[in-house]
Each structure stands twice: as structure tokens, then as C-alpha cells.
Ligand binder design. Structure first.
Ligand SMILES: [Zn+2]
Length: 156
């Protein structure tokens, strides 16, 4: 998936297809062809960065500063199969087991130590203070050039 973004924050989703030596961008919505032609300059984002760019630029998102509160988690010990229906076995509730979230932009851990609070956009998108101030508030896509290899969050 690819996304192109213009200066007025308009996103067009589509796919790249190879035609001979050329790559053609085909928007998911056919009517977007006109919009693409109307604008000379587009920023191309892949799916991963496109999602983050959308969350920064989306004017309909509500953000509020929230202290992360741990919630109970369910620990699964294993699966057993009975007939054709897989069935859960040995469920264990871990009190306050869900004890952190990650910043959607930089993957900072939210919910521990100095990052006890973060910015939450319901239902469950979190960003850290740094990313909120640098990117969300300023509606800046500066984080994209910050990471040369945009192939996903670090594990952990
Ligand atoms: Zn962050």
C-alpha cells in the first residue's frame, strides 16, 4: 500500500503497479485520479509511515493528557482443541498485567517511570510527550525523516 500526501493534508490511498519499466500509482478510489493530476507535488508514504502521518494530521482526533493506569490482563497457558472448536484452557487473570503502552510514533514506553503520562486519542492510540509536542501539536511529519529505515518499530 502507498499513500500520497499533498500540502493540504489530503491523503490518497492506492497501490503501485509495475508497467514495463515504469511504476504507476493506482488510487483505490477512481475519483482520486483527478486530485492526483491537479497537484504536481506529492509526498509518498508507505503503509507504516502513512498511518503515523494520518494520526498526526487528522484534525478530527481528540488528544488528552492521561496518566496510564494498569489494567488486568489475561494470561493464556495454552490451547486445547475439542472437536472442531478450539477452546481456551487455563485462563489466568494477571492483576495489573497490562502495565504499559507504546508511543505510536517513536515506540517509547508509556506507563512507567518518567513516562507515567502520555497523550491518548481514543480508543487506544498513545503518543509520548516528546512526539506530542514535536509532531502532533505542530502537525509536523518530521519524524519520518528522523528514521532512515522505516521498516517498523523495534521489537520489545
Ligand atoms: Zn514518541
Amino acid at each position: 500500500m502507498s499513500r500520497a500526501e499533498s500540502e493540504d493534508d489530503h491523503f490518497i490511498r492506492g497501490r503501485w503497479r509495475q508497467r514495463g519499466e515504469l511504476w504507476a500509482f493506482e488510487p483505490d478510489e477512481e475519483r482520486d485520479v483527478q486530485a492526483i493530476r491537479a497537484q504536481q507535488h506529492w509526498v509518498i508514504l508507505d503503509g507504516y509511515w502513512g498511518e503515523r502521518a494520518e494520526l498526526v494530521l487528522d484534525r478530527n482526533r481528540q488528544w488528552r493528557k492521561v496518566r496510564f493506569e494498569p489494567t488486568d490482563a489475561i494470561k493464556l497457558e495454552g490451547w486445547t482443541t475439542q472437536g472442531t472448536q478450539p477452546e481456551l484452557s487455563d485462563r489466568e487473570i494477571v492483576e495489573s498485567g497490562w502495565d504499559h503502552e507504546h508511543c505510536a510514533i517513536c515506540w517509547e514506553t508509556i506507563g512507567t517511570g518518567e513516562h507515567a503520562t502520555g497523550y491518548l486519542s481514543p480508543p487506544e492510540t498513545w503518543v509520548c510527550h516528546t512526539c506530542y509536542g514535536e509532531f502532533v501539536e505542530r502537525r509536523s511529519l518530521g519524524f519520518i525523516s528522523k528514521t532512515p529505515d522505516g521498516d517498523g518499530p523495534p521489537s520489545g
